[in-house]
Design a protein around this ligand. Structure first.
Ligand code: BES
Ligand code: MN
Ligand code: ZN
Length: 513
C-alpha cells in the first residue's frame, strides 16, 4: 500500500513528483485553501487566478494540473477541489478532506511521490487526509496481464498505472503524538478496508467459502485474533440448517467463521455478523442475466466484518469484538434447496424456502442465533441483503434497521461521522404476516413492497431476547458500478467497515450504553 510520511518542511524543497494543494469554491471564484500559502506566494499570490484561467472552480473532486513555480524541486502542482469554502471560523469538514485527498491520490496513479499541502488544523484533519489518500490510491489489478512474463502477475499491469507509491503530508508534525496516532489509525483502517475491497473484487471462482475462511485464518494468526472455522460436518452436527440449506447446491461447501478479538473479561462485547455469499446465482430461483454479473459482491458484509475485527485488534481497542462470517455459495444443482423445502434452522425454528434467492437472511439467521448465545452487549449485522433497499436508497446509502431506536440512532450518527451515507429505516410489524407459512414457522419471503424491511423483520426473529441489534443493508453502497469518486473506486468499496470500527471505538470509550 501507499507509504505515508509526515513533514513540516516547505513545499518548495520537497523532492516529489507533485505538490497537491486544495482549492475551494468561493463566491467570486476559486480560493486557495490553507496549507498552500507558500505555494501561492511562489506564484506571486496569483494561484487562484491562474486556476480560474485554467477553468478550475474548486468543485468537489475537480483536479487541475499546472507547472510548479520556479525554484520548486517538484515539477508539478495538482489543485484538488474541496467544494464550498467553509463558513467563517469553521474549518474544512473531515469528509471534504478525505474526498479531496482520495481524488488527488486517484488522479496521481502512476506517480511515485506526492506531497500534500492540504488544510490541516488538527490531528483529526491529518487522519482524514491520510485515510482519503490511502483509500483513493487503491487499485485491484491482480488479474491483469502485466505484459512481462518475468515479473510477478499484477505488479504494474500493462495499461494500468501503479498506485501512487508515497505521500508526504505537509504541515503535520511528525513528532506530535496525536498526529502520529491519527496516521497509524488511518493506516490500519485503510489497509484492512482495502483488503475487504480485494476480497469483494476477487472473482468467485477463486473465492469460495473455504478460500475466504483461509484468508481469515491467516489474518487472525497474524494479528492475534482467535479463530474457529466450522466446516460442513461441524455445521451439520450443530444443526445449522440455514447455512447448510443455502450451501447445499454448491460443490464448495459452506463455512461459519468465528473471529474473537479479546480486550479482557470485564469489557463491553460487540458482535458483528456478516453475510458471506461468495456468489449468489439465486439458486433454483435462478437470477436472470443482467442480475448476476456483480453477485461476487454478495460477501461484502462478511468482508466488512472481517476487516473491522482485524482493525479492532490492530488498534488494540478496549472492547471485545466477535465477528461471525456466514459463508456459502448459492448455486442451483441436483442437491440444491428447492422452493418449497423446509429448513430447520440453528434456532430450532422451521423456515419454508419460497424463493432460494432470498438466501442471505437464511445464513444470517443461523449466525445471529449463534452470536446471541454469547449475550453480547449489541449485535450489528452487515449484508448485501435486498435489491429493494437499493431501490429505496440508491447506490451510495445503506439502510439501518434495528430492534432499538436509540441504538439505530447511534449507528446512524456514527456512520455520518465517518463519512458513510446511511439512513434509518423502520421495521413495521404489519409486514410480518406476509411471511406466514402454512407449513413452517415462517417463510423466507413476504410482501414484495418494502422488501428490505421484510428481510429485516425476518432477521429480527433470530436475535436473542433483550440484545440490542442493528441491521445494515449495504446492497447499494457495497459495490460501485459507476465511475469512481472521491476515495471510492469502481467495484468493491469497503462499505460499513469504518462505521463498525468507529462503533467499536465509541463503545471502548464508554460513549454508548
Ligand atoms: N444478494 C441479493 C440482493 C442484492 C441485489 C444485492 C442487488 C446487491 C445488488 C439477495 O440475495 C437477493 O437476491 N434478494 C432478493 C430477495 C427477494 C427474492 C425476496 C431481491 O432483493 O430481489
Ligand atoms: Mn439472492
Ligand atoms: Zn444474496
Amino acid at each position: 500500500m501507499t507509504a505515508l510520511t509526515l513533514s513540516t518542511a516547505a513545499a518548495s524543497g520537497q523532492r516529489a513528483d507533485v505538490i497537491v494543494v486544495g482549492v475551494a469554491k468561493g463566491a467570486k471564484g476559486p480560493v486557495v485553501a490553507p496549507g498552500a500559502e507558500s505555494v501561492d506566494k511562489a506564484y506571486d499570490g496569483k494561484l487562484a487566478s491562474v486556476l480560474e484561467t485554467l477553468g478550475a472552480a474548486g468543485a468537489e473532486g475537480e483536479v487541475t494540473k499546472l507547472p510548479a513555480p520556479s525554484g520548486f524541486k517538484a515539477p508539478l502542482v495538482l489543485a484538488v477541489g474541496l467544494g464550498a469554502v467553509p463558513e467563517k471560523d469553521s474549518g474544512y469538514d473531515a469528509e471534504a478532506l478525505r474526498r479531496a485527498a482520495g481524488a488527488a491520490a486517484r488522479a496521481l496513479a502512476g506517480s511515485k511521490k506526492a506531497a500534500f499541502a492540504l488544510p490541516i488544523e488538527d490531528a483529526a484533519d491529518t487522519g482524514a487526509i491520510a485515510e482519503g489518500a490511502l483509500l483513493g490510491a487503491y487499485s485491484f489489478d491482480a488479474y491483469k496481464d502485466n505484459g512481462d512474463d518475468t515479473a510477478a502477475k499484477g505488479k504494474g499491469a500493462k495499461g494500468a498505472k501503479a498506485p501512487l507509491a508515497e505521500v508526504a503530508l505537509l504541515g503535520a508534525k511528525s513528532r506530535d503524538k496525536a498526529h502520529k496516532a491519527a496516521v497509524e489509525r488511518a493506516t490500519a483502517v485503510a489497509e484492512e478496508l482495502n483488503r475487504a475491497r480485494d476480497l469483494v473484487n476477487t472473482p468467485p471462482n477463486d473465492l469460495n467459502p473455504e478460500a475466504f475462511a483461509a484468508v481469515a485464518t491467516a489474518a487472525a494468526k497474524e494479528h492475534g485474533v482467535k479463530i474457529q472455522v466450522l466446516d460442513e460436518k461441524a455445521l451439520a452436527k450443530g444443526g445449522y440448517g440455514g447455512i447448510l440449506g443455502v450451501g447445499a447446491g454448491s460443490e464448495a461447501p459452506p463455512r461459519l467463521v468465528k473471529l474473537s478479538y479479546s480486550a479482557g473479561k470485564a469489557k463491553k462485547h460487540l458482535a458483528f455478523v456478516g453475510k458471506g455469499i461468495t456468489y449468489d446465482s439465486g439458486g433454483i430461483s435462478l437470477k436472470p442475466a443482467g442480475h448476476n454479473e456483480t453477485m461476487k459482491c454478495d460477501m461484502a458484509g462478511a468482508a466488512a466484518v472481517f476487516a473491522a475485527v482485524i482493525t479492532a485488534a490492530r488498534l488494540g481497542l478496549d472492547v471485545n469484538v466477535t465477528g461471525w462470517l456466514a459463508l456459502a455459495e448459492n448455486m442451483p444443482s441436483g442437491s440444491a434447496t428447492r422452493p418449497g423445502d423446509v429448513l430447520r434452522m440453528y434456532s430450532g425454528k422451521t423456515v419454508e424456502v419460497l424463493n432460494t434467492d432470498a438466501e442471505g437472511r437464511l445464513v444470517l439467521a443461523d449466525a445471529l442465533t449463534r452470536a446471541s448465545e454469547e449475550k453480547p452487549d449489541a449485535i450489528v449485522d452487515v449484508a448485501t441483503l435486498t435489491g429493494a433497499m437499493m431501490m429505496a436508497l440508491g447506490g451510495r446509502t445503506f439502510g439501518i434497521m434495528a430492534n432499538d431506536d436509540a441504538f439505530r440512532t447511534s449507528v446512524h450518527e456514527i456512520a455520518e461521522e465517518v463519512g458513510e451515507p446511511s439512513w434509518p429505516m423502520p421495521l413495521p410489524e404489519h409486514l410480518r404476516k406476509g411471511m406466514d407459512s402454512p407449513t413452517a414457522d415462517i417463510a423466507n419471503m413476504g410482501e414484495r413492497m418494502g422488501g428490505g424491511l421484510v428481510a429485516g423483520l425476518f432477521l429480527k426473529e433470530f436475535v436473542g431476547e433483550g440484545i440490542a441489534w442493528a441491521h445494515l443493508d449495504i446492497a447499494g453502497p457495497a459495490y460501485n458500478e459507476s465511475a469512481p469518486f472521491g476515495y471510492t473506486p469502481k467495484g468493491g468499496t469497503g462499505s460499513a467497515v469504518r462505521t463498525l470500527v468507529r462503533l467499536a471505538e465509541r463503545t471502548a470509550a464508554g460513549d454508548l450504553g
